[in-house]
Design a protein around this ligand. Structure first.
Ligand code: SAM
Ligand code: SF4
Length: 469
């Protein structure tokens, strides 16, 4: 079936050029030039990104890592935004070879959350202190835009004690323009679609052409249609391990540059999941991305797309997350369960027949919070930008002059304070209170510091909630 593409569609991935750029030799001059451009907070071209990817010598890689750390600090400060994924349904009509939800895998336990189960999951997430979710769906005729929109509305309506979910993002199949309008009207945050691999031939190997997802162009165009349907807050991603990691890093950067040009605004986030073992999946080791290369690609993505949020998920182990966090990651999930209805399950560990893949980090949210606080980060549950209309082009306008720090750091402190009052363990509470004081002491603007101190006091002593700038 021929499906309708966006008005701007062209296959904007130049495979020949990207293939050549993957092979270029390490060149210290080009590496240094690319680093200095990104330190000025300018997005990098494909050629400049490729120069950074070509780095082999330890000294050059260290320069790239240091620059990524520095740039992250300058733009995002030390805050890390926290969220949780919630799987709504794992019925699927596709045949992605790496995924335990693929249609033909009969041993996978299938489920779509009932309304009652949805309430229980949201209440459990709220009881942990979560404010931001990403809802995840297989691709199935039941999971229509209306169904997704209805689920989003329901999620926003569930309030347990002081809990509330204030931002709901989506990871689901690409929609048509009308579909995006429908989900946008329900108040979604980001619509995420991962291209998986930008290499067309490999894409066809993993996604049989007769399936819905087998249509490479319809998927590549998915986020362009999102813009045209009014969703200006979109997330790109590639599943690393299907093909050459350099190729897919350049694919992501090509996609970002295309959206910036065509829609005046780049993606809100980039995701770079590495493939994980999964029920019923035999992995081909050829393109598995080594830890060293993973760090390298994360740092390069940070430098090439300075104003785009970067998401590191619980697919990775705590050790890798700790290391990679500093190279430019701005969001992580925590307290993650990916089994359908997993947030109310008492047993530890995963039950892979009910899950999409195995994850590397199952620590509870409070433990991750404590670790972040103890290592100099400010965990944030902020949802302010999109609720104040600072999305898309607007968001870029705020980001570019450096307003992010003036808004994001205060909002991070306010949401952290809520968490400390309502959900934290004594240890996390102590570490959090100290971190808030240390952050306040850094405010150069005295009037701003006093204002935020008053707001924090409102949360602690006057029972105020959801204060944000
Ligand atoms: N069904 C929708 C789709 O495919 O676009 C929603 C996304 S799926 C539920 C979320 C993402 O998980 C996929 O886009 C893919 O990148 C990733 N994924 C699937 N199998 C994986 C595996 N074995 N290891 C790591 N990530 C995987
Ligand atoms: Fe279905 Fe998505 Fe899994 Fe593919 S990755 S089989 S589309 S759930």
């Amino acid at each position: 079936m021929k499906r309708e593409l966006s008005k701007n569609y062209k296959p904007f991935i130049d495979e020949e050029l990207i293939g050549e750029l993957c092979e270029i030799r390490e060149d210290s001059g080009a590496i240094k030039a690319a680093i200095s451009k990104s330190m000025e907070k300018h997005p990098l071209s494909l050629e400049e990104t490729a120069a950074l990817l070509s780095a082999k010598k330890t000294e050059f890689k260290e320069e790239i890592f240091n620059a990524a750390r520095e740039l992250k600090k300058n733009i995002y400060g030390n805050r890390i935004v926290l969220f949780a994924p919630l799987y709504i349904g794992n019925y699927c009509i596709n045949e992605c070879k790496y995924c335990a939800f693929r249609r033909s895998l009969r041993t996978t336990v299938r489920k779509t959350l009932s309304e009652n189960e949805l309430v229980q999951q949201i209440e459990a997430l709220e009881d942990n202190g979560h404010k931001r979710l990403i809802l995840v769906f297989g691709e199935h005729p039941d999971y229509t835009p209306e169904f997704i929109a209805g689920t989003v509305r329901k999620v926003y309506s569930i309030k347990k004690n002081r809990g509330s979910i204030r931002r709901v993002n989506i990871n689901a199949a690409p929609l048509d323009i009308e579909g995006y309008k429908t989900v946008k009207a329900a108040g979604i945050g980001t619509y995420q679609i991962f291209q998986e691999t930008y290499h067309r031939k490999t894409y066809a190997e993993y996604h049989p052409p007769h399936t819905h997802k087998g249509d490479y162009d319809f998927r590549l165009d998915g986020l362009s249609r999102a813009y045209e349907g009014g969703c200006d807050d979109v997330g790109l991603g590639a599943l690393f391990g299907l093909y050459d990691w350099k190729f897919d890093t350049l694919g992501l950067v090509s996609h970002a540059r295309f959206l910036e040009k065509a829609y005046g605004c780049g993606p809100h986030t980039l995701s770079f999941p590495r493939i994980r073992p999964a029920h019923g999946v035999q992995l081909k080791p050829e393109y598995i991305v080594k830890d060293e290369d993973f760090k390298h690609l994360v740092a390069v993505l940070r430098l090439s797309t300075p104003y785009t949020g970067m998401i590191l998920t619980a697919r990775e182990t705590p050790e890798i997350r700790r290391e990679v966090l500093e190279f430019g990651v701005s969001q992580i999930d925590a307290g993650t369960r990916i089994e359908l209805a997993g947030y109310t399950r008492k047993e530890k560990g995963q039950e892979l027949k009910k899950e999409q893949f195995s994850i590397g980090d199952m620590r509870p949210l409070d433990e991750v919070m404590l670790e972040l606080l103890s290592t100099g980060y400010i965990p944030s549950f902020c949802t302010s930008c999109y609720r104040k209309g600072r999305t898309g082009q607007q968001f870029m306008e705020f980001a570019i002059p450096g307003f992010i720090q003036n808004l994001c750091t205060p909002n991070a402190l306010l949401t952290l304070q809520e968490y400390l009052c309502d959900y934290a363990s004594p240890k996390t509470k102590e570490a959090g209170e100290k971190a808030i004081q240390a952050e306040l002491a850094k405010f150069a603007d005295v009037a701003q510091r006093e204002k935020i101190t008053r707001m924090l006091d409102g949360i602690k002593n006057q029972d105020k909630r959801d204060l944000h700038l």
